[in-house]
Write a protein that binds this ligand. Structure first.
Ligand code: DHE
Length: 500
């Protein structure tokens, strides 16, 4: 019997040996073919970072397809002819494995990534074009990673600029509307001058970033990071780093990712959402040189709040739980909960808008998992109406000069539909299908509210310009998956119909 067992063991070892020898060496494949673009440490270079935190939105099968066939409109070539399917699988397994120990991205790394491309003294005093600088749109084209600067009167592109991979979230504008700041999912922050149409500085503030916010006085930029767990403060003038704040609970024991950071103008600072600890952070911004320039206030909450909506006075914050199942209203002055809000169906609070209806302020919130729009009375914090929509969607947009708000159903089979809500009667009054079968989303108005611009979210997509009163199409401008567009005037004057 012992003889039989050892014979079997030997046979198993002999069988396993050739199999093991045939296993691809993913690390050396990576070093030979991928490291030059994606970094020897997988933290990115010319190409994006290949770490699980940054790949979270891409399924492994889709990643294997990118390795085999490349990515259109980028430098990523296909490797189907170089690698066997087993080698591709081994590479994909490798990039979805966390890097241990967790990579460091602190002040030295951030500082080393900083570059200023243009001497501020050489910037022109006036725009180098004739268009109204406050009615420009910055269009983020996520298909081939560019921004387009669009004249908001003639709807003519003025300039196209390459960006880092995967710019996400709303760009932020300096208070005078001259500069725009972009952030990429890989943590790159870029400052672009809308007068000279040039990128003037950039820095990598994290490995996996969520978004950025500019302090109300325009002096400090805050970067919310998932990886590492930091909030990074930059000088808005040249993007040089000021401070890296390790984000933890009050006891310093539990680290937290930062879901997002927002400017809060009447509060002279930032408000940040923490993903892993039950605190909301409020950070004021004092004058440069002040001893305690960034005092931090920790507001304890019952559970982490992830997605935020602010009332126009920034007195109240509506926040939703991580699973989107619960929402609460907080009074930011007292730090106390004012009311619970019953918003089932994963409310997308960050996309909410507000307006006056019959003498009271109401807010409208789309839902990511329900074909509904919730209208909430902002005095009683009661749901006024649940309006059935064509399907779950990301965004709703309005404007002070228009009685209509536009919403998409981009997360549903009706993803090619835009619906228009009459904000007076709370009725859906029109349905548009700008490109049948193609996803349409993210509307933004021109500065005067006369035009509404929608995105066709396809590689061969477009911005479709509508007359916002008659809902007729005025113009269609080809763009590469224009994920969002942002009007300078509406942003800097904090239109209640758009995000800030
Ligand atoms: Fe976004 C804004 C979070 C997926 C396009 N998105 C934001 C903001 C946050 C956020 C916190 C506000 C940042 C700001 O403006 O300062 N987004 C998340 C997610 O948690 C989520 C669901 C998952 C994730 O992968 O992070 C997510 N977002 C997406 C997409 O898949 C979208 C459609 C395509 C893309 O570019 O990745 C997308 N998000 C957008 C856009 C905005 C945005 C266009 C800006 C909206 C605005 O008008 O301000």
């Amino acid at each position: 019997m012992p003889y039989t067992r050892s014979a079997l063991l030997l046979a198993a070892l002999l069988l396993a040996a050739p199999l093991r020898a045939a296993e691809p060496d993913a690390a050396s494949l990576y070093a030979t073919h991928c490291a030059s673009c994606h970094g020897v440490d997988r933290l990115g270079g010319l190409g994006p970072a290949l770490v699980p935190e940054n790949l979270g939105r891409l399924r492994p099968q889709a990643a294997a397809d990118v390795v085999a066939n490349g990515r259109p409109a980028t430098r990523m070539q296909g490797f189907a002819e170089n690698f066997s399917p087993t080698e591709i699988k081994a590479l994909v397994d490798l990039v979805y494995r966390p890097i241990l120990p967790t990579p460091t991205w602190g002040m030295p790394q951030i500082r080393a990534s900083h570059s200023v491309r243009v001497d501020p003294a050489l910037l022109p005093e006036k725009p180098v074009f004739a268009a109204d600088p406050l009615n420009l749109f910055v269009v983020v084209e996520s298909g081939d990673h560019h921004i387009t600067i669009l004249d908001g009167d003639r709807f003519e592109p003025l300039h196209r600029e390459p960006t880092h991979y995967a710019v996400h979230g709303g760009p932020k504008f300096s208070p005078d509307g001259r500069f725009v700041y972009l952030s990429s999912r890989d943590g790159w922050v870029t400052k672009f001058d809308l007068y000279s149409l040039r990128t003037i500085a950039e820095i990598r503030a994290g490995i996996n970033a969520r978004n950025i916010a500019l302090s109300p006085d325009g002096s400090v930029l805050a970067v919310a990071n998932y990886l590492p767990n930091t909030l990074v403060l930059l000088n808005a003038s040249d993007l040089s780093p000021i401070q890296v704040i390790a984000v933890t609970d009050r006891a310093g024991a539990v680290p937290s990712r930062v879901s997002a950071v927002y400017q809060a103008p009447p509060r002279h600072g930032f408000v940040a959402a923490l993903k892993d600890v039950p605190e909301v952070w409020e950070m004021s911004v004092g004058p440069a040189g002040a001893k305690n320039r960034f005092p931090l206030r920790r507001i304890a909450v019952a559970e982490p709040l992830e997605d935020f909506f602010f009332d126009p006075a920034y007195r109240h914050l509506v926040g939703s739980s991580r699973d989107g199942g619960r929402a609460v209203v907080l009074d930011l002055d007292t730090g106390q909960k004012v009311a619970p809000l019953d918003l089932p169906g994963m409310p997308h609070l960050g996309a909410g808008i507000s307006w006056e209806l019959d003498g009271r302020r109401v807010m409208a919130i789309p839902h990511l998992k329900e074909a509904a729009l919730s209208i909430v009375d902002m005095q009683s914090w009661k749901i006024l109406r649940r309006i059935a929509t064509a399907g779950p969607g990301f965004f709703i947009r309005g404007h002070e000069n228009s009685p209509y708000a536009w919403l998409d159903a981009s997360l549903s089979p009706a993803r090619d539909i835009l619906q228009i809500l009459d904000t007076r009667s709370l009725e859906i009054v029109r349905t548009l299908r700008p490109a049948p079968g193609k996803t349409v989303a993210h509307v933004e108005f021109s500065r005067d509210g006369r035009y509404a611009l929608a995105s066709i979210w396809e590689m061969d997509g477009a911005i479709v310009v509508y007359d916002a009163a008659s809902f007729t199409e005025v113009k269609r401008i080809p763009m590469s998956k224009p994920s969002g567009k942002y009007n300078v005037f509406n942003k800097i004057f904090l239109s209640a119909g758009t995000s800030h």
